[in-house]
Design a protein around this ligand. Structure first.
Ligand code: OAD
Length: 246
């Protein structure tokens, strides 16, 4: 077995009772969902402000709807991968575990994760662009209308220039403040407020482990930064923890 983590990392994690994991697009890249940035990223060639802002939806709702419709069609057949599964298993090893994800694909819940904060929403729901009404997602070509107020429905995701739902943000901050061990995996850590959560955890005494093939702004504050893919670390890490904790 490749020696990728120190004994200290393993024992510190095994000895923690309050653990937080923050995930980003890198986790789902492993099952074929493109990340946002970098070559072949979702934003490569598509300015996010054309499709992922309330202004874009106001200007050209049909264009935004069609873009998300296409994404939904591409994502529909995709199942969770070993990293999602490992994170779900990790939850069962700790009495207090919170998964905070920036991903909108819903794959963590499908893999069995239970205490999940979806900071940026979930593409498998629609909501009204004006009122609070929510519904299951639609693949209609024409944008559905709200059953309550008649305004246009939109994907239930957080766009640029929009606030993260207050409950989700509070829960994420609370878990970060309280945890003893924070694992950040598969995120470029440049979108706020998610990128600040590991810093909040660190400032409140937690140890921080980063797993990412590339360095990020968080690398500097991480206690351990593993320059690897999550699939090469997480399943293995869970097995080792299980043997320590059993
Ligand atoms: P990014 O596309 O910005 O970053 C993906 C990160 O995953 C990069 O740092 C990669 O190095 C890393 N990565 C790639 N493959 C990996 C693997 N197999 N294992 C581990 N890491 C890997 O995606 P996010 O950081 O998730 O927000 O982006 C954050 C937010 O920006 C998104 O939620 C989205 C976007 O704008 C909204 O739409 C509101």
């Amino acid at each position: 077995m490749k020696e990728i983590y120190s004994e200290e990392l393993l024992w510190q994690l095994a000895g923690s009772s309050k653990v937080v994991v923050l995930t980003g697009a890198g986790i789902s890249a492993e099952v074929g969902i493109p990340t946002f940035r970098g070559p072949d990223g979702l934003w490569e060639g598509v300015p996010p402000e054309r499709v992922a802002t309330p202004e874009a939806f106001k200007r050209d709702p049909q264009f935004v709807w069609s873009w998300y419709r296409e994404r939904r069609i591409k994502m529909e057949g995709i199942s969770f991968g070993p990293s999602h599964k490992a994170i779900a298993e990790l939850e069962s090893l700790f009495p207090d575990f919170t998964l905070i994800t920036q991903n909108i694909d819903g794959l963590h819940k499908k893999a069995g994760s239970q205490n999940v904060v979806e900071l940026h929403g979930n593409i498998w729901f629609d909501r009204c662009s004006k009122c609070e009404y929510k519904d299951a997602f639609s693949l209609e070509l024409e944008i559905p209308k709200c059953k309550i107020c008649g305004n246009l429905m939109r994907p239930d995701v957080v766009w640029f220039n929009e606030q993260i739902p207050q409950d989700a943000l509070n829960e994420a901050i609370q878990a970060s403040v309280n945890c003893q061990f924070f694992i950040v995996v598969g995120t470029s850590a440049i979108v706020q407020p998610a990128a600040s959560l590991p810093i909040i955890a660190k400032d409140n005494g937690a140890l921080v482990l980063e797993i990412n093939p590339n360095p990020t702004p968080l690398t500097l504050i991480a206690d351990w930064s593993l320059r690897e893919k999550s699939i090469d670390i997480l399943p293995n890490l869970v097995e080792m923890l299980k043997s320590i904790l059993k």
